[in-house]
Design a protein around this ligand. Structure first.
Ligand SMILES: Cc1cc2nc3c(=O)[nH]c(=O)nc-3n(C[C@H](O)[C@H](O)[C@H](O)COP(=O)(O)O)c2cc1C
Length: 203
């Protein structure tokens, strides 16, 4: 079972986190979950989901009728810098920060590492594992752009929360899945069934 770290931070777009977690669990991958305080708040405000990790996973399993394997989902406290994720020796296939606030983007770019989200992201970069950052803010100021460029230059994949509309999405979930599909492609973990149809100019 490949394990992925999902960090949910305080940017609008909790639907992206919700659909990301759903896709990882449904496809039988392991999930290491960490929520910032504002990530938890946005899950509650935008998606009516609990901000406590274990209750969040229970709620998502109920919402999407997912049965978890033993140890499939592991939870970490964002203030615990002694958690396994803080060490490069903890074997994960990669990490997604979804959605990524500009505060977290700046914190990772600055290399401080005083929350588990920031520290785990830096660990993935130093171990040369995929780190995918899904920023959400508009408009960008120069500082945001410079921080995103620093992440890109350090090896992260900056994958903005900017879904396409050529597949004619009908629901919020469709928009979420557009981004999730792009993230899973970047992790080389394509879902067992395509979340959104792939672009085919003939169709
Ligand atoms: C309702 C709400 C929506 C927010 N939306 C965004 C956003 O879209 N992008 C962003 O960068 N920050 C946004 N913020 C601000 C961040 O949550 C704030 O900067 C926070 O310190 C981020 O901390 P974190 O990265 O540790 O979660 C929002 C805050 C609130 C309360």
């Amino acid at each position: 079972m490949k394990r992925l770290v999902v960090a949910v931070t305080g940017a609008s777009g909790a639907i992206y986190a919700e659909r990301m977690i759903k896709a990882i669990l449904e496809n039988g991958h392991g999930l290491d979950l960490v929520l910032s305080n504002y990530g938890a708040r946005l899950l509650k405000e935008e998606r009516d989901l609990p901000g406590e990790p274990r209750r969040l996973i229970d709620a998502l399993c109920e919402r999407y009728k997912i049965s978890l394997a033993d140890d499939q989902a592991v939870f970490h406290n964002n203030s615990d810098l002694g958690a396994p994720l803080a060490s490069g020796s903890y074997p994960v296939a990669g990490m997604v920060v979804v959605p990524a606030s500009m505060k977290t983007v700046g914190a990772i770019a600055s290399g401080l590492g005083d929350t588990l989200v920031d520290r785990a992201a830096m660990v993935n970069l130093k171990e040369r594992r995929p780190l995918i950052v899904v920023p959400r803010e508009t408009p960008y100021n120069r500082i945001f752009m410079e921080n995103l460029l620093r992440l890109h230059d350090a090896g992260a994949i900056v994958l903005p929360a900017a879904p396409g509309f050529y597949q004619k999405p009908k629901t919020l979930e469709d928009l979420g899945d557009f981004i999730v599909a792009r993230v899973l492609d970047r992790l080389d973990l394509p879902p067992s069934q395509d979340l959104v149809p792939r672009w085919d100019p003939k169709s």
